[in-house]
Design a protein around this ligand. Sequence first.
Ligand code: HEC
Ligand code: HEC
Length: 224
Amino acid sequence: MGTRKLIMFGGTAVLLVGILLAPSLQAKGELVRGHELYKTNCASCHGEDGKGVKGVKAATLNNEGFLKIASDDYILKSMRAGRFNQNMTAFDHTKIPDEKAQLIIKNIRSFRPDIQPQDLKNERIVGDPVKGEAYYKQVCAACHGPNGEGGIGSSITDPGFLNAATDEFILKSVTTGRPGTSMPAYPDTQELRNTISFLRSKQIPLDVAQENAEKKKAEEKAAK
Ligand code: HEC
Ligand code: HEC
């Protein structure tokens, strides 16, 4: 091979390797950025590895039972709404634009690359909320509070939670449980479906929840 041919060949080879490596480098870059964004915005409560932080009450995001059923959409909606009864502020588009939010979700998924979220249908759960309230008080209230306001377990009447969670997500949360936490797995029964109707009946729109929160803040300020 002449020198010119050799240079051309070398150049083509470098280009080829570059083309082959680019996507994986890009994926790696995304993971690094996702990790940084997560570290800055979320790790103080949920832990850098999703395991949570000692002394801070927040869900463990690396939980198998959570990652199995949480869709990207549920995680995004949770971020956008925050939690009202619990210590998580809302991250709107000005704080975290969509593109960055997706990188954060990728980072959360990377905690357990072996777990793919199930493809949940958007089935509406039909049940009797009055019967559901009785079952809730009997079985769930000890951990989630008499009115779902939270206790050992999270607040499951929180407007941020109810607006992010589909009926299927709530049902599967309960039938899967959260291994490694005190949340047991329960069988899928009509009583449980009634309980989901009861929780749903407590839902208020996010803008109303926002107004209520602002009113409460103003009242607390005035009382000082
Ligand atoms: C100041 C503390 C705090 C920060 C910061 C925070 N969270 Fe949360 N987060 C909470 C609490 C408290 C809950 C509700 C408790 C629960 O669901 O068990 C929660 C719930 C969630 C849930 C629902 C979990 C579940 O089990 O259904 C997701 C998803 C979530 N947070 C994602 C994020 C992401 C992503 C960030 C960063 C952009 C973030 N959080 C920042 C405290 C925090
Ligand atoms: C012994 C205590 C206990 C009992 C009883 C219990 N839970 Fe839980 N539950 C928990 C804990 C703790 C968590 C949060 C786990 C975590 O950190 O991810 C939880 C999480 C949940 C979640 C997920 C919330 C979220 O933010 O994603 C739902 C939904 C739920 N429980 C519903 C129920 C229902 C309905 C019942 C009754 C049929 C029930 N639980 C009974 C302790 C309990």
